[in-house]
Write a protein that binds this ligand. Structure first.
Ligand SMILES: [Zn+2]
Length: 236
C-alpha cells in the first residue's frame, strides 16, 4: 500500500492544487462525460489511460471480463450504470472494451480452474455464447493462444448484443441517438482494434483513417416508420 498512500499524498500536495479550478467547475456544472465505457477490471487496462482522458470525461464501469448481463428484472451494477449514463447523463457513445491476456477469458477456457471461485464461474455464464461461437464456428484444434484471442474478441461482440437488450439502449438506438463501439486493447503493443459493424470484424484503429470504425452507427430505426414519421424525434 505504500506506493498508493504516497500517490494520495502527491495528488493532494502537488496535483490537486493545479486542478482545483477544474474540479470546482465539474461540481458547479455537473459531469458531462463523453462516453460510457465498460471495460475489464484488469489492473492493466485503464480506460482513462488508454484514451488519455481526465476527470469528467468518461463514465466508467469495470468488471471481470467486460461483461454486460442481458437485461433482466434482477437489479445489477452494470444495468444501473448503463441506465444512468444513457438517461441521466445523456451519453451518446457506449464502448465495450476487451483486451489481450484476459484472465476472465482464460477462466472461460478452463472452467475446472473456477471450482474454487463460484461467483466468477456464475458471472462468466454471460460469456458462454462467445465460447459456443468459438467452439462451433472456428477450426478445431486451434492453438490455445488463438483460441483465447478469438474468445476475447467474440466476447466483445456478445456483450454488444447484450447491451441492445437494455431498454434505455434499445430506445436510444431506435431514436438514432446512440452509437455503439467494441474495442480490443492489445497490451503487448498498445494497439487498439475496433469492431466494425459493417464488416462484421475487428479492424485496427489508425489515426490516418477518416472515420473511426463503429459497431453500430447512429440511425433512426423504427419498425413502423409510417407512424414514427409524425413523431418529433424522427426529424432530429
Ligand atoms: Zn480481462
Amino acid at each position: 500500500m505504500d506506493n498508493i498512500i504516497q500517490g494520495i499524498s502527491n495528488f493532494r500536495g502537488n496535483v490537486f492544487p493545479g486542478q482545483q479550478d477544474m474540479y470546482r467547475r465539474l461540481v458547479r456544472d455537473g459531469q458531462q462525460p463523453k462516453a460510457l465505457i465498460i471495460a475489464c477490471a484488469d489492473s492493466r487496462v485503464s480506460p482513462e489511460h488508454i484514451t488519455q482522458t481526465g476527470p469528467g470525461e468518461l463514465f466508467v464501469c469495470r468488471n471481470a471480463g467486460n461483461i454486460v448481463p442481458p437485461f433482466s428484472q434482477q437489479n445489477g451494477g452494470v444495468s444501473s450504470a448503463i441506465e444512468y449514463a444513457v438517461i441521466a447523463l445523456g451519453v451518446r457513445d457506449i464502448v465495450i472494451c476487451g483486451h489481450s491476456d484476459c484472465g476472465a477469458m482464460k477462466g472461460l477456457m478452463h472452467p475446472e480452474a473456477l471450482k474454487i471461485m463460484p461467483n466468477v464461474a456464475a458471472w462468466l455464464r454471460h460469456s458462454h455464447a462467445a465460447s459456443q461461437i468459438v467452439c462451433e464456428a472456428y477450426p478445431e484444434g486451434m492453438d490455445p493462444k488463438d483460441r483465447h484471442r478469438a474468445l476475447a474478441l467474440e466476447n466483445v461482440v456478445v456483450q454488444l448484443n447484450h447491451l441492445r437488450t437494455h431498454p434505455s439502449v434499445a430506445a436510444g438506438l431506435a431514436k438514432g441517438q446512440l452509437r455503439l463501439h467494441g474495442w480490443f486493447f492489445e497490451l503487448e503493443t498498445g494497439d487498439l482494434l475496433a469492431y466494425c459493424g459493417a464488416k462484421g470484424r475487428f479492424v485496427p484503429f489508425t489515426e490516418a483513417d477518416d472515420e473511426f470504425p463503429v459497431a453500430q452507427a447512429p440511425a433512426v430505426r423504427v419498425a413502423a416508420p409510417e407512424i414514427a414519421g409524425s413523431l418529433p424525434h424522427a426529424a432530429e
